[in-house]
Structures are given as structure tokens and as C-alpha cells.
Design a protein around this ligand. Structure first.
Ligand SMILES: [Zn+2]
Length: 292
């Protein structure tokens, strides 16, 4: 990691970060596709995003981890992944459906929700980090600190993490795949494992994080175990949440490996494996909540 560069970015004021994020829109490298699309001119990027952000769903949630709930869930449209099993597809792939974000208006509404008792603003997608400029504009427009909990697939570039340092209160970080072949086949993304593990290490020590893994049927040896092994080796004691309530949503039914629920035996095997690992994991949690 280039520590000097990271510190320089983190020392930027919020208005300076907003300016930098807006510059990035013209040659987008917010995620590891590094597509270079000019989002200010509507060039086609893999995520289909332009310069504006749209909220396609919003509600109060009690289903996330205790550190987060109750949370206002805000769904931003557009994603850089195409997970076959996505439970918000195809709506989350639409970059311009729902309510266009006016940062001042939305920041005011979210601040009011926090005043009324919401512990966090849980931002989902799609993928929130490809809305970097919008997240920073929300923070800048708010009179009070917004406790942003970012649900991410961890595919952002390092600069995005640095520019969000101190703005994001918590990452809800999905570590979905244990190897590049499963990531390519199930989410259509290249060089996944290197990008995600690099980002986990970059976030660690800067921003609190809950690492989530959705157990997928038939992906015990290729995905679940490598994820847990990597975490317990490189981030020992990490806060971890296992989700076992996989549902074959969207195009999962067309894929022979993930067209079913997890079996009881698979869930028990995963739980037993986790018990031997050095991770901060709540064995009493039911882990059934759908989160995919
Ligand atoms: Zn797999």
C-alpha cells in the first residue's frame, strides 16, 4: 500500500474530496473495472452509471447486525457486478430508476431519521462505492455527521477507500467468492480475489468493518473455506457474519450449482468449520437473514 498517498488523500478536506470525486466521473476509475468511461457524457460503463444517482428503494430495517440496526436502508441503482443470485435484481442494475438524489434534500431526510432513532444509514445497491461523489456530497450537505454503513462488494479502487476515510462509519463488506473462477462465472468480474483482499487490508485499522459471507450451495471448498481461511490468517479476530439463508433468486435457477437452498448438512459443516477459526463470530446468531 502507498501509505504516503493514502495519508495525503485522507488529509483532504471534504470539499476537496467532493471536487476530486467529481473529476473522477470524467474518466471513471472508481472500481477495478477501471473502464475510464466519461460518466459526465453518458458513456457506457459496465455499471451503466452516469453522473447522477437514483434511490430505487428506502425503508427502515431491523434485520442487520446489532452494530447497525435500526437502520435506514437506502438503495442506490447501478452495479459493477452481475451476480446470478442477486436478490435485488434486476432493479438494482437500473441506474436511473426511482428518485434522483438531491444531496441537500436526502441529507436532511437522513439526518432527521437519525434524530428519530436510526442508528445508521445503511447504503446498498447495486454498489454504493461507484456513487463516491454522491456519498461525499451527502456528507458535505449534512449539518450533522451521517453514520453511513456502506454495503459493498469490495471491488472499489484504493483511492475510493482513501477518499471515504472518516466519512464512512462502518463497512458491511461482502466477501462473496474464494477464487477468481467462481467470481467470473457467478458475478462476471475479473481478478476478484486480489482486489477484494487488498481492500480488506486497506480498510482494516481505518474504519470498523463487518465481513459478511453468504454461504452458497456447493461452494464450500471453493468459496466458503478459502474466505474463512484467508480472513483468519490475514485479519485474525475480524468481525464476521455468516449468512446461510441463500435463496436462488434472479438467474440462480439456471445454474446447476446454485439452483437450490443450502442443505442442513452444509450449514452444519460451515458452522463447525468456523468454530475452529480465529474470527469474531456470533455462534448464537441464526445467520438466516437473506443478504445477497
Ligand atoms: Zn465457489
Amino acid at each position: 500500500m502507498n501509505t504516503r498517498l493514502a495519508k495525503a488523500r485522507a488529509s483532504l478536506s471534504l470539499p476537496q474530496r467532493v471536487t476530486r470525486a467529481r473529476e473522477m466521473l470524467a474518466n471513471c476509475e472508481m472500481c477495478e473495472w477501471r473502464c475510464g468511461a466519461d460518466r459526465t457524457r453518458g458513456e457506457s460503463a459496465p455499471c451503466r452509471l452516469g453522473r447522477e444517482s437514483f434511490v430505487f428503494n428506502r425503508y427502515m430495517s431491523l434485520t442487520e447486525e446489532p452494530e447497525v440496526r435500526p437502520a435506514v436502508r437506502v438503495y442506490l441503482g447501478g452495479c459493477n457486478f452481475r451476480c446470478r443470485f442477486c436478490d435485488t435484481a434486476p432493479a438494482c442494475f437500473e441506474a436511473t430508476s426511482g428518485q434522483r438524489v438531491d444531496p441537500k434534500v436526502l441529507a436532511g431526510e437522513l439526518a432527521a431519521a437519525v434524530e428519530s432513532g436510526a442508528k445508521s444509514i445503511s447504503v446498498l445497491g447495486g454498489e454504493p462505492t461507484i456513487h463516491l461523489h454522491t456519498l461525499l456530497e451527502l456528507a458535505e450537505a449534512s449539518a450533522r455527521h451521517l453514520p453511513l454503513a456502506i454495503n459493498t462488494n469490495l471491488y472499489m479502487t484504493a483511492e475510493v477507500i482513501d477518499l471515504l476515510d472518516g466519512v464512512v462509519s462502518l463497512y458491511l463488506a461482502d466477501f462473496k467468492f474464494g477464487n477468481d473462477a467462481c467470481a467470473r462465472r457467478l458475478a462476471s468480474v475479473p481478478h476478484y480475489f486480489e482486489a477484494v483482499t487488498r481492500n480488506l487490508l486497506r480498510i482494516d485499522g481505518k474504519t470498523p468493518m463487518i465481513v459478511r459471507h453468504l454461504l452458497m450451495p456447493g461452494h464450500m471448498a471453493c468459496c466458503f473455506r478459502p474466505v474463512v481461511d484467508w480472513l483468519s490468517c490475514h485479519l485474525p479476530g475480524a468481525r464476521f457474519q455468516l449468512y446461510t439463508g441463500f435463496v436462488p433468486c434472479y438467474r440462480a435457477k439456471d445454474d446447476p450449482t446454485i439452483s437450490r437452498l443450502n442443505s442442513r448438512r452444509e450449514i452444519q459443516e460451515a458452522v463447525d468449520y468456523l468454530k475452529g477459526k480465529n474470527l469474531n463470530w456470533d455462534a448464537g446468531s441464526d445467520g438466516q437473514t437473506r443478504e445477497q
